[in-house]
Design a protein around this ligand. Structure first.
Ligand code: C5P
Length: 315
């Protein structure tokens, strides 16, 4: 059920493993807070969110080439491996903007589920930008990487800075280190929630929740307090769009986590747990309560402290 051993720790998410060979990890995320402040004139929504990376990863293996061609392969045949893929878009954008004469052969190993609210595609793009910026010798500072990230998607920038407070349409990010490692159970039914449709379903009826309380709880590392502050404005819209997500959420709450929430626009729900033992036992109870229903599940922890993107000891 667990996709990366809980004990696995990484010095950095990007490593150089040969003269022209690099490896990168692209972590998933959960949102502990997501408030929608209103609709903008460009069609996007103004939001405030606390986005936290976790130890569930896609991985990228990259060979730098002397010619300028890009190529992409993937372990999952349903994932496009052309310019519809955010990895391709990120590589192409960096190469074109900085007239890079080199190319790259990229292999993407997907483990983060798709249309799940876990930021898989965005994280792949962020890792590609950071990795190729180093491997191609462009060496962009974070501020410039963030500008490119914003062109690729609303969530991409957050993955460059680790735990982040996101504003604007999500692309304006402020690093927000957490006070403690948190243990979570993630679960998702075999349906996805297309982000655009969830936003369309949104009703603006209730007063907005400001992020002060969750930010204090996050920085203090008080997991009980955090559980009380979890909030996601997209949750009822996603539940209305995909009733199996609501049924799974109800089952998860019946297993008595400290708190439970939809991540992003779904379809993953997560349970906030006291510690690893609590998470493992809750995961087993949830699995049992779902019988033979198909279900994706993982026990995960937040990446606290954030391992960072820049390799500490390049070759
Ligand atoms: O920016 P990204 O491509 O990740 O957004 C996917 C879709 O989600 C957008 O096309 C838009 O419909 C919706 N969205 C939004 N407001 C945001 C972020 C995303 O309406 N702040």
């Amino acid at each position: 059920m667990e996709l990366v051993p809980a004990s696995a720790r990484f010095e950095a998410l990007i490593q150089q493993i040969g003269i022209n060979r690099w490896r990168g990890l692209a972590p998933a995320k959960v949102n502990l807070h997501l408030e929608v402040l209103g609709k903008r004139t460009d069609g996007y929504h103004a939001l405030e969110t606390l986005l936290v990376p976790i130890n569930l990863y896609d991985s990228l293996s990259v060979d730098i080439t002397t010619d300028s061609r890009l190529s992409l392969t993937c372990n999952q045949s349903s994932i496009p491996i052309d310019d519809r893929n955010l990895v391709w878009k990120a590589a192409d954008l960096l190469q074109a903007r900085f007239s890079v004469p080199h190319g790259a052969k990229i292999h993407l190993e997907k483990r983060i589920p798709h249309e799940a609210g876990l930021g898989g595609g965005s994280s792949d793009a962020a890792t590609t930008l950071q990795l190729l910026s180093l491997a191609w010798g462009v060496n962009l500072p974070t501020a410039m990487l963030l500008e490119l990230a914003a062109e690729l998607g609303s969530d991409v920038g957050a993955f460059l800075v680790g735990p982040a407070w996101g504003t604007g349409r999500g692309e304006i990010v402020q690093s927000m280190p957490g006070g403690a490692e948190l243990w979570l159970v993630l679960a998702k039914p075999p349906v996805g929630c297309p982000t655009g449709q969830v936003y369309k379903n949104l009703q603006f009826e209730e007063a907005t929740v400001n992020g002060e309380a969750i930010l204090q709880a996050w920085q203090s590392g008080d997991v009980g307090l955090l559980a009380k502050c979890l909030h996601n404005r997209l949750q009822s819209a996603a539940f209305a769009l995909q009733p199996p997500v609501k049924r799974l959420y109800d089952r998860m709450k019946a297993c008595q986590p400290l708190g439970g929430l939809l991540s992003g626009s779904g379809s993953t729900v997560f349970a906030l747990c006291r510690d690893q033992a609590h998470a493992t036992s809750l995961a087993n109870r949830l699995r049992a309560s779902c019988g033979t229903e198909p279900l994706w599940m993982a026990v995960a922890r937040t990446l606290t402290p954030w391992p960072g993107m820049v390799p500490r000891s390049p070759l």
